[in-house]
Design a protein around this ligand. Structure first.
Ligand SMILES: NC(=O)c1ccc[n+]([C@@H]2O[C@H](COP(=O)([O-])OP(=O)(O)OC[C@H]3O[C@@H](n4cnc5c(N)ncnc54)[C@H](O)[C@@H]3O)[C@@H](O)[C@H]2O)c1
Ligand SMILES: [Zn+2]
Ligand SMILES: [Zn+2]
Length: 397
């Protein structure tokens, strides 16, 4: 089969690799019909390079049809499924609490990490990823979400990651209708976090430097701003000078802006060029994130408010302004999305013919899997109005 592989910093290539096979009775193999590129994939080709090996198959946002189902999976051939980006068991202590990313059965203990993720480096279990024609799905007795045959792939596909991540970002902001929230970043995660917050009756202000990303959010009725000091002043003025009740950071560790971020970018680049073992050790002890968005969030949120981080952070030595955090009594929540926890909330919304979350207005590019290298470059550079790319691994029938 063909698959998108990691070959080095900013270097993806499509290679022919062996087809996956069933290895455990609760595995399934799916033929992937749609598979998206995520902001998290960009981290693999930049900051997380020391944890990758050339040839690793990337990708974690797939859906497709079951072609082979192990006897202990709860699937059958031809079932149409969306596959969550994390692999969890469904019945351990953490899964029972809705913390599937911490699954006690599947945790990547040798790396000290939570549940394994498809196509997401040694840190998350080196599981072959989903930007491929076929995918082996471990724990197919729990993970895969069965969906109906009626609607097109793009209505369901984002249940794999983007929608539950955005939903959790809003849930972890702990707000009620009428409260205000600022969303930092209008990539795929920020787009849906803003729409979900609005759908739940919150007043939403969103910030992103990229005009077409602001335009997409504005089409959905979101109040949008460039990331300037004037925007922060405007949002403060709109919230009685206090700042919003919550801020959602949908940017993460590769933020643009401020002097700290410029320094951390230099440090992140340096680590990429160290030999793997040294790079891993530096990242594990002294790694630093680009914190422009996080700092904006701390500054902007009102006293006693919540800062909900859905953007990924990976630095062990990122400097935090503890004085401001403590003095303002800010509550910080964060983490990878626990996909299955939110699926029952989301499924009726993506199937609703009125499309309340605007899923039909989201995908900007659809390309065959073969063109993944240019798709990565376009998404990373935000070229050609690119906001979300879906790769189609099967030849057109
Ligand atoms: N928690 C999870 O489970 C989970 C799941 C998926 C993605 N993520 C993370 O969420 C983040 C966003 O993902 P995405 O797919 O939307 O990626 P993306 O890179 O397309 O989006 C980031 C957006 O932030 C904007 N931005 C950069 N610096 C900014 C700043 N200082 N202020 C405001 N906006 C700024 C960029 O212009 C861009 O539009 C990434 O860190 C990704 O790894 C987390
Ligand atoms: Zn993703
Ligand atoms: Zn579990």
């Amino acid at each position: 089969m063909k698959a998108v592989t990691w070959q080095g910093t900013r270097k993806a290539s499509v290679e022919t690799v062996p087809d996956p096979t069933i290895q455990r009775p609760n595995d399934a193999i799916i033929e992937v019909t749609s598979t998206a590129i995520c902001g998290s994939d960009i981290h693999l080709f930049e900051v997380l390079g020391p944890f990758m090996t050339p040839g690793d198959i990337v990708g974690h946002e797939p859906m497709g049809r079951v072609v082979e189902a192990g006897p202990d999976s709860n699937l059958r051939p031809d079932d149409r499924v969306v596959v969550p980006f994390q692999i969890a068991c469904g019945d351990c202590f953490f899964c029972a609490k809705g913390l599937q990313t911490q699954c006690e059965t599947t945790q990547v203990r040798d790396q000290g990490s939570g549940a394994p993720l498809f196509g997401y480096s040694q840190l998350y279990g080196s599981v072959p990823g989903a930007q491929a024609q076929y995918l082996r799905v471990p724990h197919a007795d729990y993970g895969p979400i069965k969906v109906s045959d009626e609607l097109p792939d793009h209505r369901y596909l984002f249940l794999s990651d983007v929608l539950p991540t955005a939903w959790q970002a809003v849930a972890y902001a702990h707000r009620s209708p009428g409260d205000s929230v600022a969303v930092l970043g209008l990539g795929p995660i920020g787009q849906f976090a803003a729409r979900i917050a609005q759908h739940q009756g919150l007043t939403v202000y969103a910030i992103d430097p990229v005009p077409e990303r602001r335009e997409m959010a504005a089409r959905q009725g979101i109040l949008v701003h460039d990331n300037t000091d004037a925007s922060l002043t405007a949002i403060r003025e709109a919230t009685q000078g206090r700042g919003p009740d919550a801020v959602i950071d949908a940017v993460g560790m590769e933020a643009h802006g401020d002097a700290q971020s410029a320094f951390a970018k230099f440090a992140q680049r340096t680590v990429q060029y160290l030999p793997d073992k040294l790079g891993q050790s530096v990242m594990g002890k002294a790694g630093m994130d680009r914190l422009a968005a996080l700092y904006t969030g701390i500054d902007l949120v009102r006293r006693g408010g919540t800062l909900s981080l859905s953007g990924v952070y990976g630095g062990q030595a990122s400097p935090l302004p503890m004085l401001s955090l403590f003095d303002k009594q800010i509550q910080i929540t964060m983490g990878q999305a626990n996909v299955k926890r939110w699926v029952d909330d989301l499924l009726p919304l993506v199937e609703d013919p009125r499309d309340p979350l605007g899923v039909d207005d989201f995908v900007t590019h659809r390309l065959p899997l073969d063109r993944a290298p240019e798709a990565y470059e376009m998404f990373q550079k935000k070229a050609d109005g690119c906001i979300k790319v879906v790769l189609e691994p099967q030849p057109v029938r």
